[in-house]
Structures are given as structure tokens and as C-alpha cells.
Design a protein around this ligand. Structure first.
Ligand code: ADP
Ligand code: GLC
Length: 497
């Protein structure tokens, strides 16, 4: 569970009025996560808690309803079109975070991830499952369901929550909405024929609404009907207004940017990312304790059945999907191994990517090790034990792994894109390359090998990386300001800044 970050500086400049904010998300790391959205959903509401009363709404997957935390039913919502009725449960986390759980066993209590079965296939009724989430948020915002807590603002995340602002709009609610894009490539696009099932009015199927090339897009709904859009780094906020990164929505996003309705607020990492105290590590270590770091490296080599080595250890901790550029890592692996490096890979994702990683390990026995699956302890040990983290992402809205790695003295070798460009200082805290190509990647790796051979240089870079100020304080201020402005605007007064 994330540790609360100090937000005292933010408090000094903030008004005393706490806004009530409903944070609508499909993952929260305490209970269930498939990637960074889960981490952010666990950390950001907690980091905001000194300033605002932020409560989370999440579907009642098995990982949620079967957790050790008791759930008390506090409300009930009726059905709408093909969306079934559901109950609202309240879960109080030990540190005070309130999570509203959407209880609807027929939609959510299935073995698998939040989005699909364990074989990687998405649930065919995801449009119903996540429309139900969006509608529940809108109903809570309207004061329905006897929840006895009515938000001043709804903050919805990614396509699964995209219909929340839309249902609020169609119901004439004045409550302001903020929509955060964590990944523009996942859009929740379904046939327009689904509109009646979801209770979507016919007039919404237009360019200014949720229509996307003749289909219905949950992501577009979130963008079109919210009061403001954010994404998770300044560079990605610019990139998504271009055809290269805009996933077909660049024109729409450019016009939002021109109207001042699109901004980038970078993610942070929570205070549990402290190498000297992390209980997951086999050997917690402080700045300059490189022998301690080496104990973690030996553990990772053991875990991945790598031969003992004095060469550099490269880690991949990633969802195994196209975005992450794993084919490029495959392409440079021979170069890494020939130069005396080893690679440890952990993650899961698309079946073809998983298979490609297994085959890579078979090609280089004892030098490349792969574990398909994910667990937090191994991930943390890999950040602590590795010398370098490989992150050749084709695009990266923010990226958390490169920040975790730096905090644990592992220097990222990453593509200069999105949040990677904003959080890695080339040649100072890691190595950046420009093109999604093997030569460009290899050039950065050559520099990494060069630094590895110069212990003074390597250790100086590790120190710079480990002391980067990546905590949530920096993000809390802009979010708090935005919450205030949006609520202020909606009640016809200016913000408190
Ligand atoms: P993304 O959200 O695109 O996967 P981030 O770098 O923002 O990338 O976040 C990655 C987070 O997800 C880290 O906490 C990482 O340890 C974790 N993670 C990586 N791969 C997986 C996986 N296959 N399943 C669950 N969590 C994962
Ligand atoms: C997405 C992005 C990642 C980002 C995370 C949290 O999954 O791919 O870059 O860090 O969301 O915002």
C-alpha cells in the first residue's frame, strides 16, 4: 500500500475549503492493478487528502470484494437501458481512504483481470461493464442511490470511466468533471449499434460528441463532455495533438488545447519507493552503499537463473505490449549479451509478446531470463538489483517504472518520448535515444556500457538518479488548483488562487 506523501507545502498556499471529489477508475493498486493507472489511483487520492476529500469509485471485481477490507452496503442504484441495477459498497482503508465499490456480481465477479479473462481476451460485454461504472458515477454525482455524499467534482480516468462525464452532461448536471488520459491508445470503441443498450441519446453520435469514425468511443465521450482534460506529462500533452501520437484524435485534442482545455500534469511516485527502508528488498541499501545494491543483483540473477557475472544487469519490468517496444529490446539483445550484459525480464501481456520473450530466454540461456507474470516484490527487487532499466517505449504518456528504477539506482535506457523525456536527464540520470530503431537504441546502450566501466561516473549517475524529486508534491499543487478552478467556475466564482 502506498505511503502518504507530505503535502504541507501545498497546504500553505491552498484555501481551507475541501472539495469533495469522486475519483472514478478501473484499477487501484491496493486491490487490483495491470499497470501504472492502478499505482496512480492508489497514490493521487491519498496525496490530495490533506487538501480535498477524494473518494474512489471502482468496480467490485473478485480481487476487491474478496480482499480483507470489509465492505458495507451504503446505496443502491436502479437499472437503465441494458445496464443492470447495482449496489454501492463502502470500504474504509486503514489509512482513511474511502473506496466506493460498485457491487454487481453478474458484471464484475469473474476470474481474470479488470478487462478480460486470464487468456488475455477482453470480456465481450466490457461496454456494459464500464458504462455501468460511468453511470454509477453520474448517479452518485446527482445525489441518487442514498450514498449521502455528493461530490463537487468528478475526476474520471481513461476510457473505462469515459462515460461518467457524458451521462452527467445528458442528465443536465452542473457538477464539473475532469477527465485524465493515461493512455490515448486504449479507446473503448464499440459499434454505434450499442447506443440503445447503454442508454446513449441519438444526438450524441456526432463529431462534437462521442462519435469516432462512425463508431462509439468511450474515450472520446470522456474528452468531449468533461470540463477539462489532463494527461500525465507535459510532453505527452503536446504529442497527442500531432498525427504521430494522436491516435486519430489529434485534431479534436488540438482544438481542446487551443481552448485551454487540455493540460499535462506529471505523475509522481509515493514514499514507499525508498531503497533504504523497502521491506520487499533482500538487502535495503542507501545512497553510496553499492555493496548492498550488489546483494540485490545477486538475488535477481538467482531468480532468473542467470550465470554469476561482473557485467551489467539490465531489467525489463513491463506490460508486454506493442507500446513498450519489446521487439526493439529483442533486436538489441545480442549486442547486450556479446558486450557482457545480462537481461532479466518480468511482465505479462499479449500472448505473442509473451512468447517472443520466452524465445529470447531460450536463445541466450544463462544470459537472458524471463518470468511471465507479475508480482510487486520481484518488480521492486529488479529495480534494486539491476544496473539499467530498458524502456524503449514507442510512446509513453508518463511512465512510472523509469522513476522507480532511478529511485533504486538503476539507470533507465529509454526512448525520448512523453514522460520519459520529462523525467530522465540524458547522461545524468539515464540514457535517452530518439528513434524507435535498433541503431538509435544501440547508441544509447553503448554509452551505458561505457559508463558502467567507469565506477566513479556510474556511481555519480546513480546518486543523481536516486535523489530526483519525483514525489507527488509536485502534482498535488496543479491538481488542487485545477479542482478549485473547475468547482469555482461551476458555482460562478473565481478559484481560490
Ligand atoms: P504502464 O502503466 O504503461 O504499464 P508505467 O511505467 O506507468 O507503465 O507503470 C508500470 C507499473 O505497473 C509499475 O508499477 C510496474 O511495476 C507495474 N507493472 C508492470 N508490468 C505489469 C504487469 N504485467 N502487470 C501488473 N503490473 C505491472
Ligand atoms: C498508462 C501509461 C503510462 C502512465 C500510466 C499512469 O498506463 O502507459 O505511461 O505512467 O498510465 O498514468
Amino acid at each position: 500500500m502506498p505511503v502518504l506523501t507530505s503535502t504541507s507545502k501545498a497546504l500553505q498556499t491552498h484555501s481551507v475549503t475541501k472539495q469533495k471529489v469522486l475519483f472514478v477508475t478501473s484499477e487501484i493498486a491496493d486491490l487490483v492493478k495491470t499497470g501504472g493507472l492502478g499505482d496512480v489511483s492508489a497514490a493521487l487520492p491519498r496525496a490530495m487528502s490533506p487538501l480535498h476529500d477524494v473518494r474512489v469509485l471502482i468496480p467490485g471485481y473478485p480481487q476487491v470484494v474478496n480482499s480483507d477490507n470489509p465492505i458495507h452496503v451504503v446505496g443502491e442504484l436502479g437499472g437503465h437501458a441494458a445496464l443492470p441495477p447495482c449496489k454501492i459498497g463502502r470500504m474504509d482503508m486503514k489509512d482513511g481512504l474511502v473506496i466506493y465499490v460498485l457491487l454487481c456480481p453478474e458484471l464484475y465477479e469473474r476470474e481474470g483481470t479488470p478487462y478480460g479473462a486470464n487468456n488475455g481476451r477482453d470480456w465481450p460485454d466490457n461496454h456494459i461493464r464500464f458504462a455501468r461504472l460511468g453511470l454509477a458515477a453520474a448517479e452518485i454525482a446527482a445525489g441518487q442511490g442514498m450514498v449521502h455524499w455528493k461530490p463537487d467534482l468528478v475526476h474520471a480516468h481513461d476510457w473505462p470511466a469515459g462515460l461518467a462525464p457524458a451521462y452527467m452532461h445528458w442528465r443536465g448536471l452542473k457538477t464539473p468533471t475532469l477527465f485524465t488520459i493515461h493512455n490515448l491508445a486504449y479507446q473503448g470503441v464499440v459499434s454505434r449499434g450499442c447506443c440503445p443498450e447503454l442508454g446513449i441519446p441519438a444526438h450524441a453520435m456526432q463529431q462534437e460528441g462521442l462519435e469516432f469514425y462512425g463508431k462509439l468511443s468511450f474515450l472520446k465521450a470522456g474528452m468531449a463532455y468533461s470540463s477539462h482534460i489532463t494527461t500525465v506529462s507535459a510532453t505527452y500533452a503536446e504529442e497527442i495533438t500531432t498525427p504521430e501520437f494522436g491516435c486519430g484524435l489529434d485534431g479534436f485534442l488540438s482544438s481542446k488545447a487551443q481552448q485551454g482545455q487540455l493540460s499535462g500534469i506529471p505523475n509522481g511516485i509515493d514514499d514507499s519507493w525508498e531503497s533504504a527502508t523497502d521491506p520487499h528488498l533482500v538487502c535495503p541499501f542507501s545512497l553510496n552503499d553499492w555493496d548492498g545494491k550488489a546483494v540485490n543483483a545477486a538475488h535477481v540473477r538467482d531468480l532468473f537463473e542467470l550465470e554469476p557475472s561482473t557485467g551489467p544487469l539490465f531489467a525489463v519490468v513491463s506490460r508486454l505490449v506493442f507500446q513498450k517496444g519489446l521487439d526493439l529490446t529483442e533486436g538489441v539483445s545480442e549486442f547486450i549479451v556479446n558486450a557482457g550484459g545480462q537481461i532479466a525480464i518480468i511482465g505479462r501481456g499479449e500472448p505473442e509478446e509473451e512468447q517472443a520473450m520466452r524465445e529470447l530466454a531460450l536463445r541466450f540461456p544463462g544470459q537472458v531470463g524471463v518470468r511471465i507474470g507479475f508480482n510487486e516484490t520481484d518488480a521492486r527487487r529488479m529495480f534494486a538489483g539491476s544496473d539499467f532499466l530498458l524502456m524503449p517505449s514507442r510512446y509513453e504518456p508518463c511512465g512510472l517504472s523509469q522513476m522507480y528504477a532511478q529511485r533504486f539506482g538503476s539507470l533507465p535506457v529509454a526512448r525520448r518520448t512523453g514522460g520519459l523525456a520529462d523525467t530522465i536527464e540524458d547522461g545524468v540520470t539515464g540514457f535517452l535515444f530518439d528513434e524507435s530503431s535498433i541503431p538509435s537504441y544501440q547508441e544509447a546502450l553503448r554509452r551505458a556500457f561505457y559508463v558502467f566501466d567507469q565506477p566513479d561516473l556510474l556511481n555519480a549517475m546513480r546518486c543523481r538518479a536516486m535523489t530526483q524529486p519525483f514525489n507527488w508534491c509536485k502534482a498535488v499543487q496543479p491538481y488542487a488548483k485545477l479542482y478549485d478552478e473547475l468547482v469555482g467556475r461551476s458555482v460562478g466564482k473565481s478559484g481560490t488562487y
